[in-house]
Design a binder for this molecule. Structure first.
Ligand SMILES: O=c1ccn([C@@H]2O[C@H](COP(=O)(O)O)[C@@H](O)[C@H]2O)c(=O)[nH]1
Length: 279
């Protein structure tokens, strides 16, 4: 990042203010669910995501491509092209590469290069299970966002994240939140993933981490409650900030027809409006 570029955090603050939205549109392009006009097209995945980004860019504070959907289809070149399109057309909207990386430092160095230099993402999601030395390589990329899994939206997240890990009975996810806020965030680059399916835990995380940005997946297809989520994650005195609330399938597949982009816009608009109404 050159010294004149905005950091991920600055981009987010500006996007919350100028877009008036905490909605993040997630790109999880399932080849079986592409509209008829794009099925089997060599760049169908790119075109699908591009058209949805163009239809929703004025409604969002961030975009979040999910790496696995591209890699499983040998469509990494389409992911590169998509992020280039997003950065060219919507430089004010941060792009979060959701790849949930986690490995020893020497390998993490390369995951960081892949995310920030190859793909040009503004932020990445990472798994904290292997500890701080596996997160540090991402932080060397000054200004880039590093969003750490904390309390994930899936039911099985409770298998580990709810285990008590301290004498006062603190669950692992809160321990991660405390570490992230008090020890790992000297450079202000860290955010946390907390699922909309667990609003009580969102509130506990918010109480632990102050104003740290929270990436919140789980509304839409996973059924998370928008009102409860916004209430739990809000920052006192700063409405409309602090949360990047993701919806992927409910927006991408709002229509299975060739009108997919208009339908995605309508779904994104009503989600953005519901988030605003709950703020
Ligand atoms: O705890 C987590 C962390 C990440 N995700 C990702 O978010 C989207 C959710 O998609 P929907 O279609 O809106 O359910 C997807 O890319 C997941 O990999 C998550 O769901 N939960």
């Amino acid at each position: 990042m050159n010294s004149r570029s905005n950091t991920f955090n600055q981009q987010l603050q500006s996007a919350w203010a100028s877009q008036g939205s905490m909605l993040c549109v997630g790109f999880d392009p399932d080849p079986k669910r592409l509209p008829p006009a794009l099925q089997g097209k060599p760049e169908g995945i790119f075109e699908f995501c591009r058209d949805i980004s163009d239809a929703t860019a004025d409604l969002v504070c961030a975009f979040k491509p999910q790496f696995a959907y591209f890699a499983s289809q040998r469509a990494e070149a389409q992911l590169e092209k998509l992020i280039r399109h997003l950065k060219d057309q919507y430089p004010h909207i941060p792009v979060i590469l959701d790849s949930k990386r986690g490995d020893i430092g020497s390998t993490a160095d390369h995951y960081a290069l892949e995310a920030f230099e190859r793909y040009g993402a503004d932020a990445i999601t990472v798994n904290p299970y292997m500890g701080f030395d596996t997160i540090e390589p991402y932080l060397k990329h000054h200004g880039k966002g590093v969003i750490v899994l904390c309390r994930t939206s899936n039911p099985g997240g409770s298998d580990l994240q709810f285990l008590n890990v301290s004498p006062n009975g603190e669950p692992l996810y809160l321990h991660v939140a405390r570490l992230a806020a008090n020890q790992w965030n000297g450079s202000g680059q860290i955010g946390l993933v907390v699922g909309a399916t667990f609003p009580e835990e969102i509130a506990k995380v918010r109480a632990t981490v102050g104003e740290m940005p929270l990436l919140i997946p789980g509304i839409g297809a996973q059924g998370g409650d928008i009102e409860a989520t916004v209430k739990a994650g809000s920052i006192s005195g700063k409405p409309g900030t602090g949360m990047i609330i993701n919806s992927s399938r409910a927006i991408l597949y709002a229509s299975s027809g060739n009108d997919f982009a208009q339908a995605a816009r309508q779904a994104a608009q009503s989600t953005r409006d519901a988030l605003r109404a709950a703020t």
